[in-house]
Design a binder for this molecule. Structure first.
Ligand code: AMP
Length: 180
């Protein structure tokens, strides 16, 4: 695709994403992707663009981070002919799990993955909707590596550059379609 064509599509995707001020708390501008998900044509284009850099890279698992990450990871996994793996908040997965904790603004949170979801040396793509401080994605990298997997890359729809998430993920390949 030409550079101009790409910019046109990312600009239209940007226009559909809705800013919701002061959600879930004062001072946060929430990037609401539900209007994008509801638009069949734009959603399809977005999935193809997000999957593009990873074709023929030998990725065998795509990890989606609860909950909006699931909605993007599933169609990307289909595009890449890879398996889909959910990474969930603590206590949600039924089988044996491994865990990683990460810092929130106040306190900590824990994410879990099934212990057999990724095998040794398997190449994994991590997918979520928004890269903010990078704490969540970094905990997911830890989960993959605890299981002996290799993080091939991290694919985000949106990157909030001013929060410097990339610094927390130094040395990792990160692609984001839309930057603020
Ligand atoms: P972080 O760990 O700070 O990178 O935060 C990433 C997680 O929080 C992702 O799962 C996002 O879905 C969510 N998130 C953070 N900031 C926003 C925002 N401004 N709008 C929507 N979701 C956000």
């Amino acid at each position: 695709m030409s550079e101009t064509g790409l910019t046109e599509i990312t600009e239209s995707i940007k226009k559909i994403i809705r800013d919701v001020p002061d959600f879930p708390k004062k001072g946060i501008i929430f990037k609401d992707i539900t209007p994008l998900l509801a638009d069949h044509a734009m959603f399809g284009k977005m999935i193809k663009l997000m999957a593009e850099p990873y074709r023929n890279r030998g990725i065998t698992k795509v990890l989606g981070i609860e909950a909006r990450g699931f909605l993007l990871a599933a169609p990307i996994a289909m595009e890449l002919k890879a398996g889909l793996v959910p990474v969930r908040k603590t206590g949600k997965l039924p089988y044996k799990t491994v865990s990683a904790s990460y810092a929130l603004e106040y306190g900590r949170d824990t994410l879990q993955i099934h212990e057999d979801a990724v095998t040794k040396d398997e190449k994994v793509l991590i997918v979520d909707d928004v890269l903010a401080t990078g704490g969540t994605a970094s905990a997911v990298c830890e989960l993959v590596e605890k299981l002996g997997g290799k993080v091939a890359a991290i694919a985000m729809l949106i990157e909030l550059e001013f929060l410097k998430g990339r610094a927390k993920l130094a040395g990792r390949e990160i692609n984001s379609l839309i930057k603020y």
